[in-house]
Design a binder for this molecule. Structure first.
Ligand code: IMP
Length: 329
């Protein structure tokens, strides 16, 4: 789960965990407005539907019933990642059509006030609520790719295998718990993603919330402590949206928001990305003992303020550039 406003680096964290923990199944939730970046094997993957766990060839991949797919984006990504044989889409996943994109593009409110990515996601949700949306099972091009993701996930869990659920966006873009109306068109907390997949709360072991070492936000809405662009450039904190290419707004790490994200998601662990943006000497470090002392101190302060252990720290773009703390330090 993202702990702030999306773009925390979930793609990287998920890919790392997928390689380290060998999940039997990984399920992507959400939709194409959320781009997940994975840098692996000398390539940069910008994924909008295929789970970031694809980097582990022994992990089966799925797209949740509560997700919304665009057929062309899905088929292209499946081909690019070479995952055709091991990825399936829940028969009940929703399908975004051109009409949804057109409806969003014609809304000045969405474009100007909300700052939507205008990918048609919200309008497809509208049609889903009106019960007129086409589902994956209705699409000829997806025949042979559909499955019962809830059935599969629960079967694996009952057999004692690990299943990874990949959330999208961030806690404060949640339709219910975010900064409404400057939010996305779904709930983006842990419980919502479980519901998208069809896994009950009793079957959950770990809930890992991902925070970046500073906060970014694309589009409109409040951002406490926002710093001017020039200052963001000076600190090396300037980023551009994966899907929209828009520059992201920037603020320093916000403990108060983080505390609330831990609460809303009932986090059992925290992943912190871009530690090297705060402590340049941390770049590329893969062992706890090799992190600069002030970086270790900062992590321990965050842990104690949030009363939740940090299980992973990311120190660079490459999937392997990380310090894993899940087994102690
Ligand atoms: P929409 O969900 O595309 O309509 O966008 C609504 C708001 O959520 C806008 O402020 C978007 O910038 C933001 N948003 C949606 N998806 C993402 C994401 O994956 N990362 C960051 N912001 C997002």
């Amino acid at each position: 789960m993202g702990g702030f406003f999306g773009d925390e680096g979930k793609g990287k964290v998920v890919a790392y965990l997928a390689l380290r923990r060998s999940y039997r199944l990984a399920v992507r939730c959400g939709s194409i407005n959320a781009g997940h970046t994975v840098v692996y094997g000398g390539r940069v993957w910008k994924l909008r539907l295929v789970p970031s766990a694809f980097v582990n060839p022994s992990t089966r991949l799925a797209i949740a019933a509560g997700a919304l797919v665009r057929v062309d984006v899905l088929l292209r990504e499946v081909e690019e990642t070479g995952t055709a044989g091991r990825l399936c889409v829940d028969s009940s996943a929703g399908v975004i059509e051109d009409v949804h994109v057109e409806r969003e593009r014609s809304s000045e409110y969405l474009a100007k006030t909300v700052g939507s990515t205008l990918q048609g996601v919200g309008e497809a949700m509208v049609d889903r609520v009106r019960r007129v949306l086409r589902l994956a099972r209705d699409v000829e091009a997806l025949k042979g790719m559909t499955c019962d993701v809830a059935g599969l996930a629960n079967e694996y869990l009952d057999l004692g295998y690990d299943v990874l659920v990949e959330g999208t966006q961030g806690t404060f873009l949640s339709l219910y718990h975010g900064t409404y109306p400057y939010v996305t068109s779904r709930d983006t907390t842990a419980s919502a993603f479980l519901s998208e997949v069809g896994i009950g709360p009793k079957k959950v072991g770990d809930v890992i919330v991902v925070f970046k070492s500073y906060v970014t936000r694309v589009g409109a809405g409040p951002l406490v402590g926002e710093i001017p662009v020039e200052e963001a450039v000076r600190r090396g904190w300037v980023e551009y949206g994966t899907v929209t290419g828009r520059p992201r707004r920037v603020a320093p790490f916000n403990l108060e928001l983080a505390r609330r994200a831990v609460m809303l998601n009932s986090a059992t662990g925290i992943a912190i990305t871009k530690l090297d943006a705060l402590f340049p000497e941390a770049r590329g470090v893969r062992e706890w003992g090799r992190l600069p002392q002030e970086a270790r101190k900062w992590i321990e302060e965050v842990e104690s303020a949030l009363k939740t252990p940090v299980v992973l720290v990311s120190t660079g773009e490459e999937v392997e550039d990380a310090v894993y703390l899940g087994d102690g330090r």
